[in-house]
Design a protein around this ligand. Structure first.
Ligand code: C5P
Length: 222
């Protein structure tokens, strides 16, 4: 095994989108590529951690030395994270669909010739990060959330830190002009109750390594 700052630690990472089925051939999803979460999982393994990566459908190779659990829906992602507990650190980098269709049609929905579209009733998905961060028993020692925002990045991240109950929010600007969503680079700020740390724009692999180093230092300081 790799020896490093996270040796002996179990790290859970969520990554990618979720797919919420409408019928056997259709689903609701989002533009997450999974690159940032995969980079974090790879960096944590390289730092010596045992890593469980709970991943939505993505087009990426499994990182070396990482156990990948493949799921499709938000509910399956929550169940997989709960099964993977206990953990020292949990990092929620997935872009979970906020809503899912209330019903999954058992067979493909057909056009009925009237020109009318089928109604698509939606219901809210569980918030995986908030559910895990608010656990009284078995809460990971360090819970990391992400905030992908297009406006008022820091203000929204601070609100999210409190509402979700996590220890740090990695805030990133995903407005279209930045090209972060699906791109190779990311520009983030770490928001904790102690303050804000802005990092320069860098490759997602580098964000992963720096975040893992930050986590290692934080665990070492208790
Ligand atoms: O509320 P919002 O989706 O912006 O919060 C983003 C953070 O919450 C991310 O860390 C994301 O992985 C997590 N999240 C989650 N389950 C959801 C929605 C978001 O774990 N249903």
């Amino acid at each position: 095994p790799v020896v490093g700052p996270l040796s002996g630690r179990h790290v859970i990472v969520t990554a990618g989108p979720t797919h919420e089925p409408i019928d056997p051939v259709r689903y609701i999803a989002n533009r997450s590529s999974g690159k940032q979460g995969y980079a974090i999982a790879a960096a944590a393994a390289a730092a010596g951690a045992r890593v469980t990566l709970v991943s939505g459908p993505v087009d990426l190779a499994p990182p070396v030395g990482v156990t990948v659990i493949e799921i499709e829906t938000a509910r399956d992602m929550l169940a997989a994270v709960e099964i993977a507990l206990p953990a020292d650190v949990a990092i929620f980098a997935a872009a979970v669909a906020d809503w899912r269709p209330v019903h999954e049609a058992a067979s493909k929905i057909k056009k009925d010739g009237s020109g009318a579209a089928p109604p698509l009733a939606m219901t809210e998905n569980p918030d995986i990060l908030a559910t895990i961060a608010h656990r009284s028993a078995g809460r990971p020692g360090l819970v990391v959330g992400f905030a992908a925002e297009t406006d008022d990045l820091i203000a929204n991240a601070s609100v999210k830190l409190n509402k979700k109950g996590c220890d740090v929010i990695v805030a990133n600007d995903v407005s279209a002009e930045g090209g972060v969503m699906g791109g190779a680079e990311n520009e983030v700020a770490l928001v904790t109750s102690e303050g804000i740390e802005r990092w320069p724009r860098m490759p997602k692999g580098e964000v992963g390594r720096r975040l893992v180093a930050w986590i290692g230092a934080r665990l070492a300081n208790g």
